[in-house]
Design a protein. Structure first.
Length: 330
């Protein structure tokens, strides 16, 4: 029997590369696509010589063509951290709108099932806690984070329109804070920022007074939830994340203890529209997918810290370069 084929956009990114690993392991033929605007070829270098993996360097905001049959599309192409989408706001909006439209059109043409990577950011700075999928959110569309938040909200609306109007098989995952190996140290998110500062001997920077909360899910748990959702028959959004909530101040102390560093915590003003609370209600994931996180924060942080310790000095202090000629389909 022929292997099923899956297209994963954002394949050279943190989550995309882990998804590529999972689908290769499950026996799929994997087509990875990325324009490398924030992704790194280092994340998929172990896959490129495999017979069941192909990589295409392409911007999905432009017309997407893939030859042959296609069973699944997972759309994970997007800048995903404030430091990125504040630098490239137009590209962020385009990949969530034009990119999603292009891929939905491809899914329709190929009769493929499509799963989109949405985000807890669709809830904005929530007035409901923890956040359920029925909560509509509290988002500032013209604030600095609006380019990401509204791109993802539009992405959900477009996906659901294709589902209801064209009968396309679609899935929507709302991803909460996730961490693990292959995160970029310089992507601006709190976990790699703290660990990077600890490894460089810098003080840990907390924005605000540290009372804001986050809930951190280890990447293997997240990938398992996404895989189950793709193969389920549920078309509406599902939260995937770890409901174990912690304040940023407490988290900074955990990182100091983990890394054995003696740096102090310094405080800076909170960025505009930074959410004060973030905690998923995962009742739907438990009920529909039989899923809940398995990896404790202590265990996941230890694995992640060991990964970051393997980075070279250049990687700790500068952004890595993408040099992988010969394996890229233009």
């Amino acid at each position: 029997m022929a292997k099923k084929t899956v297209l994963i956009t954002g394949a050279a990114g943190f989550l995309g590369s882990h998804l590529c690993d999972r689908f290769i392991k499950e026996g799929y033929r994997v087509l990875g696509m990325d324009n490398l605007i924030t992704g790194s070829l280092k994340n998929i270098e172990h896959l490129v010589k495999l017979g069941d993996f192909e990589f295409y360097e392409h911007d999905v905001s432009k017309f997407v063509h893939v030859p042959g049959e296609l069973d699944y599309i997972l759309h994970f192409a997007s800048p995903a951290s404030p430091i990125d989408y504040l630098k490239i706001p137009i590209q962020t909006l385009k990949v969530g709108s034009l990119g999603t439209h292009n891929l939905l059109g491809l899914a329709k043409a190929k009769n493929a099932r499509m799963l989109i990577a949405s985000t807890s950011e669709v809830y904005g700075d929530p007035t409901v806690h923890p956040q359920t999928e029925e909560y509509y959110g509290n988002v500032n569309p013209v604030g600095p984070r609006g380019v990401y938040d509204e791109a993802k909200r539009f992405q959900e609306a477009m996906t659901m329109a294709y589902h209801t109007y064209h009968g396309l098989e679609t899935r929507i995952v709302r991803i909460f804070n996730t961490y693990g190996p292959r995160m970029r140290l310089n992507d601006g998110r709190v976990l790699p920022a703290f660990i990077g500062q600890a490894l460089r001997g810098e003080d840990l920077t907390v924005f605000g007074d540290g009372s804001q909360t986050r809930s951190f899910c280890y990447v293997d748990d997240l990938i398992e939830g996404i895989y189950r959702l793709l193969l389920s028959d549920y078309a509406y959004p599902v939260n995937i994340g770890n409901p174990d909530e912690i304040t940023i101040g407490q988290f900074a102390e955990e990182i100091i203890k983990l890394t054995g560093t003696s740096q102090k915590v310094i405080y800076k003003p909170l960025p505009k529209d930074d959410p004060m609370q973030r905690q998923p209600n995962i009742d739907k994931a438990r009920e529909i997918l039989g899923w809940e996180p398995q990896v404790s924060r202590a265990e996941g942080l230890k694995i992640t810290y060991e990964y970051f310790k393997t980075l070279s000095e250049d990687e700790l202090f500068t952004k890595e370069h993408n040099t992988f000629e010969g394996y890229i389909r233009k």
